[in-house]
Design a protein around this ligand. Sequence first.
Ligand code: PGA
Length: 261
Amino acid sequence: MEVIIKQGQEQASLLGARIVRNVIERWRPAVLGLATGATPLRLYAELVRMHREEGLSFRDVVTFNLDEYCGLSPDHPASYHAVMCKALFDHVDVAQDATHLPDGNATNVPEACAAYEQLIREAGGIRLQLLGIGHDGHIAFNEPGSSLASRTRIKTLMNDTLHANAGAFGGVEQVPRHAITMGLGTIMEAETCLLLAFGKSKAHAVRGMIEGPVSASCPSSILQHHPKTIVILDHEAASLLEHRQYYLDAYASKPEWQRFE
Ligand code: PGA
């Protein structure tokens, strides 16, 4: 894993956006795996700025989101479909039929999950998968205990996750208990993974992911087996890392062209 520690969330998000931009400019089509949650919002805002002010085009971009709640209509304001439209899709020139999310209302869930995986394969696989991390170490909705080889499927959300997402629903009781999520095996097939984490509340999960044993108890730790994962942290999220100073020194000593800046 490449661990990059920036002073704050702002610098980390801008660096993340530059990495996404490089992929968009390099590949036709550029197949992006996208994430929701609070973490990538500033990165998306920067991509929108790049589109408006610097002509970054999304015409050849294809997107696959990690997950979607079950039982919400796509226009429910808390559905990840609506969240993505508001944060990114409505503000750039991406083709509507090039954006994909799992179908949280599928009547035949296993079939819909297999079809989602098939679509990713037909697109040529994901070049860059954006990720956040949950307090319990989850990525997408792969809660602790998820098979490290799991594929897209329905998952029951843990209490901690329900509470973390309650704000968007006006109370924990309103949060759907189930979601369709890419599996850890699905995520591991992305060519590059780019995970962002901010704030003290993520520090424990971040340590487990980077320095803990690879274990289903901390699902993000599977990324230790991924050949190209970039982790961008702010100082708080990095605060519990045993080798924090090493990561800082290693990144600072890289030649400029390897620093994505
Ligand atoms: P957050 O969620 O970006 O809202 O912190 C991340 C996650 O739970 O994966």
